[in-house]
Each structure stands twice: as structure tokens, then as C-alpha cells.
Design a protein around this ligand. Structure first.
Ligand SMILES: *Cc1c(COP(=O)(O)O)cnc(C)c1O
Length: 359
């Protein structure tokens, strides 16, 4: 067996320990005589798995009792529609556009009501987070929407926007469980799990109970109502059962690692190794404003397309894979999620130093 250092933005690296455990339990989950993949989601065994996953997530994030945790399908992108369908009572919402994912959510919301762009960083290729301390938010907006960590551009909000009393909705797909958060500041905090938590196919939605109502936009499908899933504890229909099981294992791993405070410290150390090098290198440069740098996604360029391509190719041959930047930014991007070991970042930087010397 040989494992590479996988810097993919998603689906992405998972803790080896979790993969091993899942492999061990593949044929016979704890004496049940079957794989979790083969199990009824209504069985007692599976009920234990999903309940424990939720309890561990609640503990990790310190989720208040008046929030529901929903394990859904359809990816983060499905939420782009589900959020307005469930929350746009006044048919109006404010969007802060800091990258492609926020932009897609903003565009999707226009199908359901008036989505107002209250701030954007598109003028400088989304390389910074706009000042959100005093935005012109419509009085009757149902919520303010952000993408908290911009996976493609490598920026992250260091302070949450001043929503002026409006409900905050955040896509945290690429920074989920990377550091502690105060859930009570959000109405909805959600993300696809394939960046930092588990296998693609699960999206976790943490939603304040008062936002779960029958009063959705006319025509909202049953499957796209939060209430449907909240009332059935995420078991209205067959959930992405195996994926939730793996997420549960990652929650246990995170607890063992010391929880989210410890993850934050570890992630800061890892990111610092890479950013410090980018700041001193004559060849490689980070692409975003320093104050807004993400701990999870680190885009960088050499300034020369051919040299970028050469770097990506040679890095891959050396066992550092998926470093090619997003097609809209070019250059490189190293995604260094929770499960990327510090050693992986150290070795990448060593490789970059060597490449700089030789080119
Ligand atoms: C990857 C990503 C998405 C899209 O996720 P899907 O599960 O593919 O729909 C949305 N938002 C952010 C921030 C992402 O990183």
C-alpha cells in the first residue's frame, strides 16, 4: 500500500485511522454480520450509529439545544435553493459575494425572491473579504448569507458580518470543524462533508428551531423542507447511511485529537509553515490579502504559467498530488484540511524550496 500526500480541495484527505477502522468493519460491523452499507436505516444498530454521530457533533461544536442537526443529501449546492425556499418569508435576502460558491448561492436565490448583493470582492478576483461592519442590509431581508471559507480563492472571514439583527446563514463546507465556532451567532450553519469531514453525499445542516416551519414557499417539495427532515430526525427517507457512519468516525477522531481548540492550533501551525514560506520565497507567491488568508485552502502562483505546470507535474511525481489550482484562478492550491498531517505540509515546503533552487 502506498499513500500520497493528497492536497485535493474535495473530496479530500481523511484520517488514515478512520479509513482503517472502516475497512476492518467492512464485512462485519460489530457482530451484526453485515456491512453498514447493507444495513436497514431503521435497524437498532443503525439508529445507534446516527444518534452517536449527532451526539458527538453536538459535543464537538457545543451546539445549543434549540438547534437541530440534519444529515441531508444533495450536496452543499442543494442548500442554495433549500435556504430561500424555507427562509424567504419576505421574499428578500442579502448576499455577500466572496467567491464562486457564494455567487452560485446568490444566483440560485434569485429564482425564489429578491436576492440583494450587499457586498462583493469580485472586483479583485475575490482575493479579499470585504468590510462587513456596516452594510446596507434591507430592513425586511429574511437573512444575510455568507460563504465563510472560500475554497477556490483561499479567503476566510476572521470576523462575522454585522447582520444588524438579521439571521446569519453560512456555508462552512471547507472550514467545517477546523476551529471552534459560536453556533448561536448563526441561524443556519451548513456544509457538504467531502471537504473536511467525510465521503461526498452528506450535507450537514445545523439550524435554529424557530427557522423550521411549515411556512415555506409554495411548491416547495417535501424533500426540500427542513421540517420534513427535522421531524423525522434525518430518517424521513433513506439517509446517506454509510457516509454518516464515516462522518461519525471522524467526529470520534476529532474528539480524540483534543476537539476543535486543538484542531485550530494544529491548523494554524500547519498553515503558518506554508504561508511563511510563500512570504519569503522569490518564486512562489500567495494570491490573497494576508489578513483574510484561509487556514484550509492555500492558493499560490509563480507568475509564469509554464512554470506552474512544471511544478504541478513534478510535485505529483514526488507524491504531492492534486495541487493544480482551480480552473478560474490558475496556478496552484494546497488544501490542508484537518486530516492533512503537519509532516505533509513540511515535506511540500521542502519540495517547493528544492524546486525554487533548481528553476
Ligand atoms: C465544494 C463546495 C460547495 C459545493 O459542494 P457540493 O457538495 O459539490 O454541492 C459549496 N460551497 C463550498 C464552500 C464548497 O467548498
Amino acid at each position: 500500500m502506498s499513500r500520497v500526500y493528497n492536497f485535493s480541495a474535495g473530496p479530500a484527505v481523511l484520517p488514515e485511522e478512520v479509513l482503517r477502522e472502516a475497512a476492518e468493519e467492512m464485512m462485519d460491523y460489530k457482530g451484526s454480520g453485515m456491512s453498514v452499507m447493507e444495513m436497514s436505516h431503521r435497524s437498532k444498530v443503525y439508529d445507534g450509529i446516527i444518534k452517536e454521530a449527532e451526539a458527538d457533533l453536538r459535543e464537538l461544536m457545543n451546539i445549543p439545544d434549540n438547534y437541530k442537526v440534519l444529515f441531508l443529501q444533495g450536496g452543499a449546492s442543494q442548500q442554495f435553493a433549500m435556504i430561500p425556499m424555507n427562509l424567504m418569508k419576505n421574499k428578500k435576502a442579502a448576499y455577500i459575494v466572496t467567491g464562486q460558491w457564494a455567487k452560485k448561492a446568490f444566483q440560485e436565490a434569485q429564482n425564489y425572491g429578491e436576492a440583494v448583493k450587499v457586498a462583493s470582492s469580485e472586483d479583485e478576483t475575490f482575493s479579499y473579504i470585504p468590510d462587513c461592519s456596516d452594510l446596507d442590509i434591507p430592513e425586511d431581508a429574511d437573512y444575510v448569507y455568507i460563504c465563510e471559507n472560500n475554497t477556490i480563492y483561499g479567503t476566510k472571514y476572521k470576523t462575522l458580518p454585522n447582520t444588524k439583527g438579521h439571521t446569519l446563514v453560512a456555508d462552512v463546507s471547507s472550514c467545517f470543524l477546523s476551529e471552534p465556532v459560536d453556533v448561536s451567532k448563526y441561524g443556519i450553519i451548513y456544509g457538504g462533508v467531502q471537504k473536511n469531514i467525510g465521503p461526498a453525499g452528506v450535507v450537514i445542516v445545523i439550524i435554529r428551531e424557530d427557522l423550521i416551519t411549515e411556512d415555506t414557499l409554495p411548491g416547495t417539495p417535501t424533500m426540500l423542507k427542513y421540517k420534513t427532515h427535522a421531524d423525522a430526525d434525518s430518517l424521513y427517507n433513506t439517509p446517506p447511511a454509510y457516509g454518516i457512519y464515516v462522518c461519525g468516525k471522524v467526529f470520534k477522531w476529532l474528539k480524540k485529537m483534543g476537539g476543535l481548540d486543538a484542531m485550530k492550533k494544529r491548523n494554524e501551525e500547519k498553515a503558518k509553515i506554508l504561508y511563511d514560506f510563500l512570504d519569503e520565497s522569490k518564486m512562489f507567491k500567495g494570491t490573497v490579502r494576508k489578513e483574510d488568508r484561509s487556514l484550509m485552502n492555500v492558493p499560490f502562483v509563480t507568475g509564469d504559467k509554464d512554470l506552474d505546470a512544471k511544478f504541478v507535474k513534478e510535485a505529483e511525481a514526488a507524491g504531492f498530488v492534486n495541487l493544480k489550482g482551480h480552473r478560474t484562478v490558475g496556478g496552484m492550491r494546497a488544501s490542508i484540511y484537518n486530516a492533512m498531517p503537519k509532516e505533509g505540509v513540511e515535506k511540500l515546503v521542502e519540495f517547493m524550496k528544492k524546486f525554487e533552487k533548481e528553476n
